[in-house]
Structure formats: structure tokens, C-alpha cells
Design a protein around this ligand. Structure first.
Ligand code: ACO
Length: 356
């Protein structure tokens, strides 16, 4: 059977997450993500995904401690980060630096996963500040994972911003067999190694149809600029057969629950920024237009639409968006790599020959 893009094909069994695309539900190991967001920290949910249990007692202390201790960049990575051409985008830098990660003497894949999760924010913050001619901020071991990320990026401690970013991280750290996770599983299925699998995932994440969508959302909202232009801009894009960034999803045929949670996080803030009012109105009108123009498809906002709104709220530069998404999805990638190895079959689908 030929299924372009493997649409509708089930290729793995997983215990990590379950997506009900018709009802807009997402669970990690059986627990709704909204419940995890409300009750647990990034570190706890990461442990839950990787090990199947919420950490308590000594396990919790050890996991937390290792995450903190693994934040410091080794010298060879700093040298790579200092020497890569300035015109490389952050995703190229992240992919190249991660591919150099020396895992000798670290131990098993659980330990490598922990180090990868810890080091992503350090790579992103270092390169971002270096390229912005800002002094490098060393990690603060007193702060939790997300607080420290905000601190290394901005040079300031900000608990509210850390809480908002933590919501985003928990909601986006895992999502079934999406394109980047699939890449990671394909690579590890050859019995390659964790770092190679994560490097593959990073290359896949970069594309505008996957992790690269939020900057497209910002471009869209900037092009629309005022509410009276929504209809005209969206119609023009559809006429030119352009995709409306932040809309549509392979699995969700209703609102993406992650988009809904992120939207509510911003709405709950004291003051609604002007661009958020524009984002809300654009969502409403675009869904109506898509309903009429694409009656055979159910197209709603996806996580990337409100991820862009979160990044705007935190005043993060758009060059950071996809890399920050990767810093959260690394948890899911690592958990899938470990799961794939536990019951491995090499991926090798067929190609239908249509040539001479
Ligand atoms: N804008 C306009 N039309 C769209 C959109 C969109 N955003 N998404 C889907 N469609 C239309 C397609 O044009 C197609 O219609 P047609 O048959 O008349 O040409 C139909 O819906 C089906 O589209 P497919 O590409 O087959 O749907 P698929 O499930 O493969 O695509 C995808 C999913 C890639 C996310 C798509 O909806 C898209 O390109 N969205 C915009 C990019 C985006 O926001 N990506 C982030 C996704 S979330 C994430 O990766 C974390």
C-alpha cells in the first residue's frame, strides 16, 4: 500500500504519549498534559517521561543534581560555538554542536539523555549572547532548569517568565511520532547512537512545516498588522497556495490542546498585549475562512501558533524559537530513542518504483 508521508500508517508502539486527534486530547504515560502542567515541574515531568514514574526521595535529588551539574559547556563545545560562521542560524549551530558531544565515559543512554537535556539551554544561550555581543552568563546552580535558562538568555532572574516558559516546555516535550521524533527513531533503529539520533531529529525539527513554524506565525501577524487586513492577507495567501503558518495538523482535527493551554496562559496574564488581541482575532477569522475555502479539511490553530505568542510575551528574539522548542522536545526524543532500543526493528519501508 502506498501512503505518501506515511499518512495514517502506524509504525511503532509507544507508552510515552497518546494523542486523540478527534477530541483534542494529549496524555503523557496516561496523564493529561494539562494535569501535569498544573501540578508538576519540568524536571518532574521529564523524569516521568524518561523513567515512567514521578521522582521522589533520593531519586529526585540525584536526578535534579545531575541535571544541574551537566549544565556547564565543555571547552571543546565552547571552541566550536566561538568558531562557527556568524551567519549560521541557531538550529544549524545546535545541530553541529550537539553532533560533537563526546559521550565516552558518561555511561548508559539514561545518563546521556540527562546530559543532553541539561546542555541544550547552555548551547542556545551561549551562542545567542555571543552573536548579540552580550557578556556570557554562567549557569546558576541555585536555579531550576527553566529559571536558569531564562537567566542565561537574558542575564536576569524572572520567576514569572520562567513559569510561563515551563508551561510551554511541559506541553511540548513529547508528541508521539512527529517528524523529528520519527527521524530519531529511524537513526537509532540502525543501532547507531543517541547523539546521532538527536542530531537527525534536530535537522528535521528545523523545517518550517515542523519546528520552524512560529517565526512564520510572527511574519504572518506582522504582515496582517491591523484587524481590518486579516481577511485580505489570508485570502491572498490561499490564492497563492501558501500555507497559513500555525494552522493545520496531521493528527488534530480539532483545536490542538497545547495551543489552547498556551492561549489560556497568556489570557490569564494581567494585561493583554495588542498583538495578542490581533492573534486572537486572526485565529477566529482564519478558521472561518479555511472552513469555507477548504471544506474537506478541519484546520485549526496548532501549538506553533500560540508558541509564537508565548515567545512574544517573553520578549524572546524570533531567531531563538525553533531552538527553544528543541530544548523542550529533547526530552521526548531521548525517551523515544530508549523505547526504540528496548524493542528494536530497523525501519526500512518500500519505495514504489515509477521510473523508466
Ligand atoms: N494553510 C492552508 N492550507 C492548509 C494548511 C495551512 N496551514 N494546512 C493544511 N492545509 C490544506 C492543504 O493545502 C491541503 O489542501 P489541498 O488538498 O486543497 O491542497 C489540505 O489542507 C491537507 O494538507 P496536507 O499537507 O495534506 O496535511 P498534512 O496533515 O500533511 O499537513 C501540516 C500538516 C504540515 C502541519 C500542515 O497543516 C501545514 O503545513 N501547516 C502549516 C505549517 C505549520 O503550522 N506547522 C507546524 C505544525 S505543528 C508542529 O510541527 C509542532
Amino acid at each position: 500500500m502506498f501512503q505518501p508521508g506515511l499518512k495514517g500508517v502506524t509504525a511503532v508502539e509507544t507508552k510515552l504519549s497518546n494523542i486523540n486527534g478527534e477530541e483534542g486530547l494529549l496524555t503523557y504515560r496516561g496523564v493529561p498534559v494539562q494535569q501535569l502542567v498544573e501540578n508538576y515541574s519540568f524536571e518532574e515531568v521529564a523524569h516521568f517521561l524518561l523513567h515512567g514514574e514521578l521522582p521522589t526521595g533520593e531519586k529526585w535529588v540525584a536526578f535534579n543534581q545531575s541535571l544541574k551539574e551537566s549544565r556547564c559547556l565543555p571547552d571543546y563545545m565552547i571552541s566550536i560555538l566561538d568558531n562557527l560562521p556568524p551567519e549560521l542560524c541557531l538550529m544549524d549551530v545546535l545541530r553541529t554542536t550537539i553532533s560533537s558531544f563526546n559521550t565516552n565515559n558518561i555511561g548508559d543512554n539514561n545518563k546521556i539523555a540527562l546530559q543532553l537535556i541539561a546542555i541544550f539551554p547552555s548551547i542556545i544561550a551561549y551562542r545567542y549572547r555571543k552573536m548579540s555581543n552580550l557578556p556570557i552568563v554562567k549557569p546558576d546552580m541555585k536555579l531550576n532548569h527553566i529559571e536558569n535558562f531564562i537567566y542565561m538568555l537574558s542575564g536576569k532572574r524572572n520567576e514569572l517568565n520562567a513559569k510561563i516558559l515551563e508551561t510551554y516546555f511541559i506541553l511540548t516535550m513529547e508528541h508521539g511520532l512527529n517528524a523529528s521524533t520519527f527521524s530519531a527513531r529511524v537513526t537509532i533503529s540502525t543501532e547507531s547512537d543517541m547523539v546521532s539520533a538527536i542530531t537527525s531529529a534536530l535537522g528535521t525539527m528545523k523545517g518550517p512545516l515542523h519546528g520552524g513554524a512560529p517565526s512564520g506565525v510572527i511574519d504572518l501577524l506582522e504582515e496582517i498588522n491591523t484587524e481590518d487586513r486579516i481577511c485580505e492577507v489570508i485570502h491572498n495567501k490561499l490564492k497563492n497556495k501558501d500555507r497559513i503558518m500555525g494552522f493545520g495538523h496531521r493528527i488534530y482535527k480539532t483545536t490542538d490542546p497545547r495551543a489552547e493551554s498556551l492561549k489560556n496562559t497568556i489570557i490569564k496574564l494581567n494585561e493583554l498585549p495588542d498583538w495578542m488581541s490581533l492573534a486572537l482575532k486572526t485565529e477566529q477569522e482564519t478558521i472561518e475562512i479555511l472552513r469555507k475555502e477548504k471544506p474537506n479539511y478541519k484546520l485549526y490553530t496548532n501549538v506553533e501558533y500560540y508558541a509564537a505568542a508565548i515567545m512574544k510575551t517573553l520578549e524572546l528574539d524570533s531567531t531563538l524559537f525553533t531552538a527553544i522548542f528543541s530544548a523542550s522536545r529533547i526530552v521526548g526524543w531521548c525517551a523515544h530513542v530508549i523505547e526504540q532500543l528496548n524493542n528494536n526493528t530497523i525501519f526500512r519501508p518500500n519505495a514504489q518504483y515509477v521510473g523508466e
